[in-house]
Write a protein that binds this ligand. Structure first.
Ligand SMILES: NC(=O)c1ccc[n+]([C@@H]2O[C@H](COP(=O)([O-])OP(=O)(O)OC[C@H]3O[C@@H](n4cnc5c(N)ncnc54)[C@H](O)[C@@H]3O)[C@@H](O)[C@H]2O)c1
Length: 269
């Protein structure tokens, strides 16, 4: 159901790879709510993903950018401002990738070159994105910047490996830059901590489907689906949440505040 919550707003969305991607759903919902969108992803995603289909459907431009490259970031925001004829109103960072997980290295045997690359892709890219926006003055007053994260930043989920530290770093960048953006530009910065979701990045984690079922049972409302995450992102980009900033917002069906759930205990008599 569309309510024109983003009528006249312009947004840049990172990370739509295929129709399972959370960013894909967010882009669709933002478009439905009246926003003009620019889509961006790593050049490799053009070959493996379906971003062209989404762009055609939303009448959106695609500007490829490797989020670890400051040069690509600068090009992305400069060209987006040309396309928009002005600054952006919102930006979504929806990027995550672990080299050690991908290469099957356990947490007690991490390769540190891989680890640094993981941090660069999954967390430092958020700082690079914000610093580029800051320096180019690429976002309007009362704009909104969001990144997606996961509760492994606060609690131990062993198979999430070095992505836990990536997410802790990402959330911290959100708080720290949120201060500067708030005081100087009236822009808010938040992270949304999403339930496990069946996507390419999500299902790369070992034992993901068992874990997905566990989290679903542990959460009083069940796992939050990608479509509901998109709804939440829309509210965070809208003018209805202008004073929410520097927060890590759990969008997880209640999982983060649970201790024990009878739904997970088999009664043995
Ligand atoms: N799926 C889950 O269970 C889950 C749960 C909580 C949070 N998240 C987070 O949601 C975000 C989106 O992930 P998703 O689950 O939609 O998976 P996804 O695989 O669809 O999205 C990840 C995206 O990151 C992009 N990417 C990778 N390297 C990049 C680079 N160098 N430059 C630019 N883009 C790059 C990929 O091309 C892809 O589009 C991630 O931050 C992820 O950690 C996912």
């Amino acid at each position: 159901m569309a309510n024109n919550l983003l009528q006249g707003k312009k947004g840049i969305i990172f990370g739509a790879l295929d129709e399972k991607s959370i960013a894909w759903k967010v882009a669709e919902r933002c478009h439905e709510e009246g926003a003009q969108i620019v889509l961006t992803n790593a050049p490799v995603a053009l070959r493996f993903g379906q971003i062209n289909e989404l762009a055609a459907k939303l009448n959106a431009e695609i500007i490829m950018a490797d989020a670890t490259s400051v040069e690509d970031m600068e090009n992305l925001f400069k060209r987006s401002m040309e396309i928009f004829g002005g600054k952006a109103d919102f930006v979504l960072h929806s990027i995550g990738m672990s080299l050690n997980v991908r290469k099957g290295r356990s947490y007690t045997d991490l390769n540190y070159d891989f680890m640094l690359k993981t941090f660069d892709i999954s967390a430092v890219s958020f700082h690079k994105m914000m610093q580029t926006i800051w320096k180019l003055d690429a976002i309007n007053d009362w704009g909104s910047i969001l990144a997606l994260t996961y509760i492994a930043a606060q609690r131990v989920f062993p198979d999430y490996s070095e992505m836990a530290e990536s997410k802790a770093l990402l959330e911290s960048f959100g708080r720290s830059f949120g201060y500067h953006f708030g005081t100087t530009k009236k822009v808010r910065v938040n992270t949304i901590s999403q339930s496990p979701t069946m996507t390419t990045a999500g299902s790369g984690v070992k034992g993901f489907s068992d874990f997905f079922g566990y989290a679903d049972k542990m959460s009083p409302l069940g796992n939050a689906p990608a479509e509901a995450c998109a709804d939440y992102c829309v509210t965070m980009f809208s003018d209805l949440t202008r004073f929410v900033t520097m927060q890590n917002l759990f969008h997880d069906g209640g999982f983060s505040n649970m201790g024990m759930s009878p739904a997970l205990i088999e009664v043995q008599e």
